[in-house]
Design a protein around this ligand. Sequence first.
Ligand SMILES: NC(=O)C1=CN([C@@H]2O[C@H](COP(=O)(O)OP(=O)(O)OC[C@H]3O[C@@H](n4cnc5c(N)ncnc54)[C@H](OP(=O)(O)O)[C@@H]3O)[C@@H](O)[C@H]2O)C=CC1
Ligand SMILES: CC(C)=CCC[C@@H](C)[C@H]1CC[C@H]2C3=C(CC[C@]12C)[C@@]1(C)CCC(=O)C[C@@H]1CC3
Length: 333
Amino acid sequence: MRFLVIGGCGFLGRHIVDELLSRGFPVNVFDIRSTFDDGRVKIFLGDLCKKEDLMPALEGVSAVIHCATPPPLSNNRALFHKVNHDGTLNIIACCKEAGVKRMVLTSSASVVYEGSDIKNGVETMPYASKPMDYYTETKILQEKVVLQANSDDFYTVAVRPHGIFGPRDPHLVPTTVRTAQAGKMKFMIGNGENLVDFTFVRNVVHGHILAAESLGPGSKVNGKAYHITNDEPIYFWTFLSKILVGLKYDAPKRHLPFTFIYFLALILNLFVFLLKPIKDIKPTFTPMTVCLAGTHHYYSSEAAKKDMGYRPIVSLDDGIEETIRSFSHLSKK
Ligand SMILES: NC(=O)C1=CN([C@@H]2O[C@H](COP(=O)(O)OP(=O)(O)OC[C@H]3O[C@@H](n4cnc5c(N)ncnc54)[C@H](OP(=O)(O)O)[C@@H]3O)[C@@H](O)[C@H]2O)C=CC1
Ligand SMILES: CC(C)=CCC[C@@H](C)[C@H]1CC[C@H]2C3=C(CC[C@]12C)[C@@]1(C)CCC(=O)C[C@@H]1CC3
């Protein structure tokens, strides 16, 4: 079974490519930029929104894993809609024309999150009626169109990871370090006792490949969404502190009231919106990131265990240790 990994030069995508190769699968990669060179992989460069770019990459492909997205924290509404919604519709149309049989979408557990506590959330929870940012808004649209596309000759499934971390992560660890270096990590938001799922990247990869292998005629996974987690929810600020201390930065010790910081983030968000025509500011503390930092949000992966035999293959502590080692270049000097 030849795979095409759309977004295969990104953080998660590259780990998926590596694992598929190590399991002996032939792999094509499609991405808007190239970040690596491997003789075993054919890399097609282009825009997933353009049929003429995508079709050549689909030749001889049986299964597509679509994990491309604009940067989740970029807040670019037009780009999110173009890539995550319109682009995904293009992928579906191209897959059907090329005779691809299986599609795995990397969705997100955040599609049901709207800033309030979620404890052991299940896949049957409704989509967020008021998504907190444009990224989430378009991940909901994206998951809907992929699952609606499921049919007797084109099988689709959505994998919903949450808080992916690991070597080459461009979002979580680098942003945490930058925030610490800017002196903005001296305080925890809230009481520090909010449980959150952080998922080591190789567990997310394992879930994707299991999902791809489980798709097929009459399969129970066809047309469904599945949470893939480490099954070890951890206090948000304990996780961040492990990363920070591992990289020789001080862990936050004092607390700021969640409601107060959330209110400040709302005001900052308004200023960002008003100043947008003049200057594009990308604050770290948005209403979304403040809620992620101050509320419970962890999810049940029981459905993935039952329907596709998923189990995390790397523990949280081992994943944190490996991540810290891989980011030693970001350690405090
Ligand atoms: N990181 C996380 O914690 C979580 C991520 N996810 C999902 O996982 C998936 C992978 O995320 P992650 O690896 O972190 O993201 P990355 O930004 O690291 O990778 C996404 C890749 O897609 C590429 N891309 C963007 N736009 C296009 C386009 N128009 N055509 C072709 N390629 C494009 C990006 O290129 P470029 O960098 O140049 O834009 C990048 O190489 C995403 O679908 C995301 O929504 C879900 C839950 C949590
Ligand atoms: C409060 C603060 C500045 C913390 C630093 C770490 C954050 C940058 C990460 C903590 C939780 C992460 C997260 C995502 C991005 C990075 C964090 C906000 C996602 C929004 C990435 C895309 C998704 O699909 C959901 C993720 C939720 C957790």
